[in-house]
Design a protein around this ligand. Structure first.
Ligand SMILES: [Fe+2]
Length: 218
């Protein structure tokens, strides 16, 4: 049975991502509040990053100079989206905001994060840097704290995190901030890749079930 389950995972590799998309779609269809998205989304993301066989090689590739932001799925109404962020050794973001709710879950390696807030005196750090280890999830949003800088905690290996946002985040007008002056600059991040995982091809799994070599799945 264990062998059959392993074979099923291999033949329907994207099922964890597909299930996450289905659950998020149900939440969006029920017009879930931001707080419900953040609490349920944390459960969904924790489950998704508990295994990592489902993330294909194309969405784990580093760039020598920049972190990569690969779109994995975007809701047709752009109510939410999922990405893999891939950090080469020592790579980091600028200080930036999101303007929508978001969740960051570490799939591989570890990331360090510093939160910031805007005050009358300018931009100030909101607590010390902290480490997000593999399996942990952090939240951002204009209501819970939206400005941060994220770095690969490792200087000698790749780290990967899976993100869920309450919009098509690559198309949002957002801001970066100068650490010294707090000056704001507009940016639209876009994505690092034009291909998305094909969530909907389950034919190999279905053929194997027809041959009775795999257990049935609901
Ligand atoms: Fe961020």
């Amino acid at each position: 049975m264990a062998q059959a389950l392993a074979a099923a995972l291999q033949l329907d590799r994207l099922s964890p991502l597909r299930e996450a998309v289905r659950t998020l779609t149900r939440l969006a269809d029920h017009q879930a509040s931001e707080s419900l998205f953040l609490s349920k989304g944390k459960e969904i993301l924790t489950q998704l990053i508990a295994q990592d066989h489902w993330l294909e090689e194309d969405f784990r590739k580093t760039h020598p100079d920049y972190y990569q932001q690969y779109l994995l799925y975007c809701d047709p109404h752009e109510r939410f989206s999922l990405q893999s962020f891939v950090w080469g050794p020592g790579q980091s973001t600028p200080i930036h905001d999101h303007t929508v709710w978001g969740l960051v879950g570490v799939l591989q390696g570890a990331e360090s994060c510093v939160r910031y807030r805007q005050t009358a005196e300018g931009l100030v750090s909101d607590g010390p840097a902290f480490v997000l280890e593999k399996g942990s999830v952090d939240a951002v949003s204009p209501s819970v704290g939206d400005i941060h800088k994220v770095s690969n905690w490792f200087s000698d290996r790749t780290s990967i995190s899976i993100h869920i946002y309450g919009a098509n985040v690559g198309n949002l007008r957002r801001h970066t901030f100068d650490a010294a002056t707090g000056a704001k600059k507009d940016f639209v991040s876009g994505y690092s890749h034009n291909r998305l995982p094909n969530l909907w091809d389950r034919a190999a799994f279905i053929r194997a079930q027809d041959l009775k070599t795999l257990p049935a799945r609901s």
